[in-house]
Structures are given as structure tokens and as C-alpha cells.
Design a protein around this ligand. Structure first.
Ligand code: HEC
Length: 393
């Protein structure tokens, strides 16, 4: 078995794990944020209880109570939530390494953006991953961290800078995933480096019969709230590789910002709704942002009167620029099978993929990183041929 084949399986299995762990993590995270937002005053007037909620789910009644800081005594059994987050990161980081670092010359470097050796790209990527967390964490721990509005403004500005830099250093797809991985790393590090240690200190204090310091609760809550606003944009980024019109657009870094804004607005709507307020302008605002994205991102019609070339010429272009990967047995290093099952070796195959070829070639998503050095003229010819209905002459 060759390495590229095994790597495809590793890719698939890690992705599966990443999805499962991510669903579990986001599910519990959304659940607890929602619970927090929907607590009512305790009916029994227990002064230690901040709020409670009755709910019904799966045929059972549940009674949840949230304590102000902590209960009087440490319960015998305390359920922690952390492995969902950790496994999401472990699987996600492994995937990122496998795809974006392992095949950096395909997925991270785009010579049209910035020409650099693969190892330099990997170094920059790693430095950004670590640096993003350190910078974010330091700002949160500083005086600024006490002012949520200021913190939010700085966060948005930082996102703009990071998106701009990533999109001017890496190819579009790599840039998007870089920003997604940085955000995801911050979210998991919030759990591992702030929320968990704080909770451990609280529990340890109670174990010694002392009152836990409420600041740990506050800090943990702050990071947990940040995570909730980051969730939707990160999910968008994670599915964006399927849609080159997002990451390949000229203003791709603005797309990242817009998606960050739209995702946070939608999340805010749900948070407010849970608190009994109906701020319909929030999803409307998110829809407006997305509409603006769709409108401004529409590809221009190819200029000039490119005439459809003869089919033989199309085949020659495809054979030279696409078939090294899109063949039953790819000759391109690192490819064991035709990506996404797309093969373009025979005339029938070339015509079959004409429609998706348009999307890939127009947005310049294909060839990835323009590995096979297709020219603008060749692109125009392929597009003209597709526009003419992909004739076989
Ligand atoms: C270096 C290898 C490579 C070359 C060269 C290449 N592709 Fe691809 N192609 C890929 C990979 C990898 C994918 C899968 C992308 C993904 O993971 O979504 C892909 C996917 C596609 C898809 C399917 C997209 C989808 O998700 O539905 C089409 C269509 C396509 N390529 C067309 C082309 C065309 C046309 C060319 C030549 C102009 C080309 N490719 C050149 C690697 C390559």
C-alpha cells in the first residue's frame, strides 16, 4: 500500500473524528450557554443557588440548578467537560498537519500570492497558530480584558489584520483554514489553559474546606462566552474549502471578516432570545452582510470575445494542466487516487466535468496553487468552451 493511499484514509478517519468530537463539544457548549441564559430564580429560595431551570427532554424531566460560585460541599461525583474540546483540537490539528503542512506546496503556498518554499510556509503557519493564542490570551489577562466592549473591538480589528496577512501570505484555501485553525486553537486553549485550571483551583479550594475564589468562575465564563461567538464563523471556515468562490475571491480576507461578523450576529440573536429578548435586526443584519458578499463577489463575465476553441485544444490544455492529478492513476506526487473522483483523461470525462470545471477554473481554485502553471489565456479558452455548451466539435 502506498503512502498517498494511506494518507487519504487518515484524512477521512480524522475528519470523521473531528466532526464527532466537534459536534459533542459545540453541543454541550451551546447547551450550557443556553442554560445559563434561561435560569429562573430558585423556587426554594436557596441563597446559594443563582438560578434554576426545569426542562423536559427525551421523555424525562430535568431539574438543573446553578450555584453562585459553588455549593456548600463538594459533591461526590462531579462531571467535567473537556475531552470533547481536546479531541476536537487533536483531530483538527492532525488534519491540518496532514493536509496543509504535509502538502504545503499544494494547499498552503500559492506562488501567485507569495512564492516561498513549503517549509517557510509551514513555519509561518505554526508561528501564527501559537502567536494568535499568546496574543489573545495576554490581551484578555490585561486591563483591557475587563472591558468587554473594548475587547470585542480589538478582537474584530485583530481578525481583520490576521485575515489580511493570511490571505496575502498563503493561497486562499490555506489562508482560510489557517484563520480557522487559529480560531479553533484559541477556543480549545481557552478550555485547556483557563477554564479547566480555574475549575481545578476552585475544586481544590473546596477540598481544603475553603471558599473558592470567584474570579476563576468569572474568567472561565468570559472565555466560554468568547468561544460561543467564535463557533459559527469557525464552522463556516471549515466547510469553505468546498466553495472556491469564497476563498479564491479577490477580497477573500474581507469575506473572512464578513463571515465572522455574520456568524457572531446570528449567535447573538440566539443568546438574546434565550434571555427573552427578540432582536430580529440581528439575523437581518447577518443576512444583509451575506447578501452583500454574494453581490460583490459575483464573478465578472470574461471580457473579450473569447471564441470556443476546438475540442482537441481543450483536451490538450486539460491533459497538460489537470490530468497529472485527475487521472485514474495520478502521476502527481502525493495523489493516490483522482481527487474527488474527478478524472479527465478521455473526451467523455472532460465533457462530463465541464460544469464544475467552470467554477474551479474561473475562481482559479484549480489547479491548486497553480502547480501545473496554467496560463490566463488557457483559462479563458476553457471557460469559453464551457460557455459554448462544452461541444465535442
Ligand atoms: C495538483 C493536483 C491537481 C491539479 C493539477 C488539478 N486538480 Fe482539480 N482537484 C485537485 C484536488 C486535491 C481536488 C479536491 C479539492 C477538495 O478537496 O475539495 C480537486 C477537485 C477538482 C474538482 C471537483 C471540485 C468539487 O469539489 O466538486 C474539479 C472539477 C477539478 N478539480 C477540476 C480541475 C481542472 C479543470 C484542473 C485543470 C485546469 C485541475 N482540477 C487540476 C487537485 C488537482
Amino acid at each position: 500500500m502506498d503512502a498517498a493511499y494511506l494518507s487519504e484514509w487518515a484524512n477521512l478517519l480524522l475528519r470523521w473524528l473531528h466532526l464527532i468530537a466537534g459536534v459533542a463539544w459545540i453541543g454541550t457548549s451551546f447547551y450550557f450557554i443556553g442554560l445559563d441564559n434561561q435560569l429562573d430564580k430558585p423556587a426554594d429560595g436557596n441563597p446559594r443557588v443563582a438560578g434554576e431551570q426545569w426542562s423536559i427532554h427525551g421523555g424525562g424531566f430535568y431539574h438543573k440548578q446553578k450555584y453562585l460560585v459553588a455549593p456548600e460541599r463538594l459533591p461526590e461525583k462531579l462531571h467535567w467537560f473537556k475531552w470533547e474540546a481536546y479531541w476536537t483540537w487533536i483531530s483538527g490539528f492532525s488534519l491540518f498537519v496532514l493536509i496543509y503542512w504535509g502538502q504545503a506546496s499544494t494547499y498552503l503556498v500559492d506562488p501567485a500570492v507569495l512564492d516561498m518554499p513549503a517549509w517557510v510556509a509551514v513555519l509561518i503557519s505554526a508561528a501564527m497558530l501559537a502567536g494568535g493564542w499568546v496574543a489573545y490570551d495576554q490581551v484578555c489577562r490585561s486591563k483591557i480584558g475587563e472591558n468587554e466592549a473594548l475587547l470585542g473591538a480589538i478582537g474584530a480589528a485583530a481578525l481583520a489584520v490576521v485575515a489580511f496577512v493570511a490571505c496575502h501570505v498563503f493561497g486562499g484555501r490555506g489562508a482560510f483554514l489557517q484563520v480557522g485553525a487559529m480560531t479553533g486553537t484559541i477556543m480549545v486553549a481557552n478550555v485547556a489553559m483557563v477554564i479547566m485550571p480555574g475549575q481545578r483551583k476552585m475544586v481544590a479550594a473546596m477540598g481544603k474546606g475553603e471558599a473558592p475564589d470567584p474570579k476563576y468562575g468569572r474568567w472561565g465564563k468570559q472565555r466560554s462566552v468568547h468561544n460561543t461567538y467564535l463557533t459559527l464563523p469557525v464552522l463556516f471556515i471549515m466547510i469553505s474549502p468546498h466553495y472556491p468562490m469564497t476563498y479564491q475571491s479577490r477580497w477573500n480576507w474581507v469575506v473572512l471578516l464578513a463571515v465572522g461578523l455574520a456568524g457572531a450576529l446570528v449567535r447573538q440573536y440566539f443568546v438574546l432570545r434565550q434571555k427573552g429578548r427578540n432582536a430580529a435586526w440581528l439575523p437581518a443584519g447577518a443576512a444583509a452582510v451575506v447578501a452583500l458578499l454574494i453581490w460583490t463577489g459575483a464573478p465578472e463575465r470574461p471580457s473579450g470575445t473569447a471564441e470556443a476553441p476546438p475540442f482537441a485544444e481543450v483536451q490538450a490544455i486539460v491533459a497538460a494542466r489537470c490530468v497529472s492529478c485527475h487521472a485514474a492513476r495520478p502521476t502527481q506526487e502525493g495523489f493516490a487516487a483522482p481527487p474527488k473522483g474527478v478524472m479527465m483523461e478521455t473526451p467523455q470525462q472532460v465533457r462530463r466535468w465541464a460544469a464544475s470545471m467552470r467554477q474551479q477554473v474561473q475562481t482559479e481554485a484549480m489547479p491548486p496553487g497553480n502547480l501545473t502553471e496554467i496560463t490566463a489565456e488557457e483559462r479563458a479558452k476553457l471557460l469559453a468552451w464551457v460557455a459554448a455548451g462544452a461541444p465535442a466539435d
